[in-house]
Design a protein around this ligand. Sequence first.
Ligand code: ADP
Ligand code: MG
Length: 719
Amino acid sequence: MPSTTITTIIQQARTRHRLLLTEVEAKALLSAAGIAVAEARLARTSDEAVALAREVGFPVVLKICSSDVVHKSDVGGVKLNLKTEAEVSAAFAAIMSGVRQAEPTAAVDGVSVQPMAKPGIEVIVGLTTDPQFGPTLMFGLGGVAVEVLKDVAFRLAPLTEHDARGMIREIRGLPLLSGHRGQPAVDFTALERVLVQVSALAEAHPEIKELDLNPIFAYADGCLAVDARIVLQPEGSLSAVRPISATTRTLLDRTFNPKTVAVIGDKRANNYMWLRGQSTFQGKVYSVQIDERELPGIEALGVPNYPSLAAVPDEIDYVMTAVPRQIAPRILKDCVEKKVGGAMFFTSGFSETDDEGKRLEQAMADTARAAGMALIGPNCMGIYHPRIGLRNYTELPAGEPGTVGFIGQSGTHTITFSIAAPYHGVKISKAVSFGNAAVLDASDYLDYLSADDDTHIIGMYIEGVKEGRRFFSLLRQVTQRKPVVIWKGGQSEPGQRAISSHTGSLAVPAAVWSAMVRQAGAIPVDTFDEILDVIKLLQFAKTTTGTGVGLVAMTGGPSVIITDAFARAGLQVPLLSEASYQELASFFNVIGGSFRNPLDSGGTIGMGQSSQNLERLLSILDRDPHIDAIAMDTGAGLVAGHWQTHPQALAGLLDTLANFAERSAKPFFVVLQPFAHEAALLSVREQFHARGIATFPNHDRAARALRFATDYHRFRAGM
Ligand code: ADP
Ligand code: MG
């Protein structure tokens, strides 16, 4: 039984207190897992080595066999292409004396004898255990490609065949594998199989911490690992993934949908922001404050005040607190006694600052966990639920609920998104700023919003997650139902430094993080603009899995530039079908225009005013089989002034475009670039959004948004 062989090898190493397996052990283990290796057998003496070489068949390779030597070549421990018995015994002696010199204290088992493999293209398959994301696979080309160029791809285990295929095709050196200068292509299927096998091995044997197949020789037919290294986990370091609890979902449901709220410790210095935020709240609001000096201000807001939470003559679903950190743990205990659903702490100065802060936060986490209460934060802004008027900032709109949920580790980003989104036609269903995540982490809120019927799209701002594995497996499920757009802060090294003082998150290598996000089918973005743009497109536009874009611009220069932008985003700007060209030729005004794709069409559609020709042109793109999405530059730089003096001109254009957007099954959106007339264009933008058409302030932003949205739908379609 292969699996018992594997377990036996691991146990034997453990018994001998070894964490690094020798190549002989590692290859035996891999072989039992069904992975093709140049089998290595142990020889303790020169005579044994010669005998084994005879059995294996010349030429052979001899290597040092020691669990204390990590890099065998470095100690002169690898002798290749040994063709005779004499060469084998000479190599044995040379290896032994070499290692004695280089590493006098190394415990040496002997040498390994293995067949000399025929040369192939060297690739590397690696497995590491990320402290947060667990077993992570790496693929790259051997030699300088890995060491100097860092040309590698990552995926988290468990790896699907789709993942394996994707990671091999992701490396920049791909052309070297797919048949370079008349060489045959390597056997991709064999490499994919190894990746999946290593992933399965890591899953079945979490005791394996690191594994390196460096190199694997890739051939036109099959592949062979000629070196193998396995490192075991120190015992007792394995921890299982904590599942998402149904209780948490129920708790959050009560906390996000309160009928009664209490604000503790609001004060004039904060301009009573927490109490004033609830002026739109549809349920009951209570204040808890013992500072006499604050009472007149609270009274002026018309909110009943009590000296303690216990004194409030009502059940409380959600508590917002702004008390100093020293008394935060005591206030949390009051919340527990009052049996509230959840409490958020605006208070900062916890794990993001000093040891005392860490201790206080830990104490609060323990209290909340033991009581089964939702602790949000600390160091956060808590919940925004526009439909019921529950706000975490006084400038936020109430009512008018939308379909976009937002989960943010930063209060500012969460609030700013909540404020900005409606200006772009994007309305919020629910948002939460969760700060230090002492108990509830990004995963818990993601799980909650994934089950929330009002939320169709989820945006997240994250600096780090506490339990990466848990987040990954949940994310993978959620993206099957709803798009999740993740804006990660702290991708650069100095940025990571900023994180640890911000919300106390552990830093994850950027490559592992972005591999994780893409592998889970979420949309990874880098900036505020990107998260807003892609969410806007997802909300307004139809969906496609195709990459062909039909482009309409008014004049020559923009036609060129818009094409560059979509090509830069990795999309296609294909030629149209013959039928489309025939039809275009029948009415297109080629003077000062051209109609290949992009369609430089201002002359034909009267800068958007000739609705009949515009309609006709869009319909051609709609019918064209090469076109999957349609973008139009409205020429705002030239026509915005005209729109201002002739509002009916804009109204006519809007009618044509809105009708088309509704009728067409393809994504359609416009670029509305405010070269001048910024103020006037704000209202124009609003009118487009009110008619259900996404607008973008420049070509690149439009193109990138389409690329992200298309990638998501392709992922979902298994492409
Ligand atoms: P190290 O511990 O230094 O990584 P390796 O076992 O990888 O040692 O050997 C060094 C190099 O020798 C490999 O990169 C590969 O090119 C070559 N090599 C190792 N084993 C074999 C083999 N069985 N057949 C052919 N070449 C081999
Ligand atoms: Mg090696």
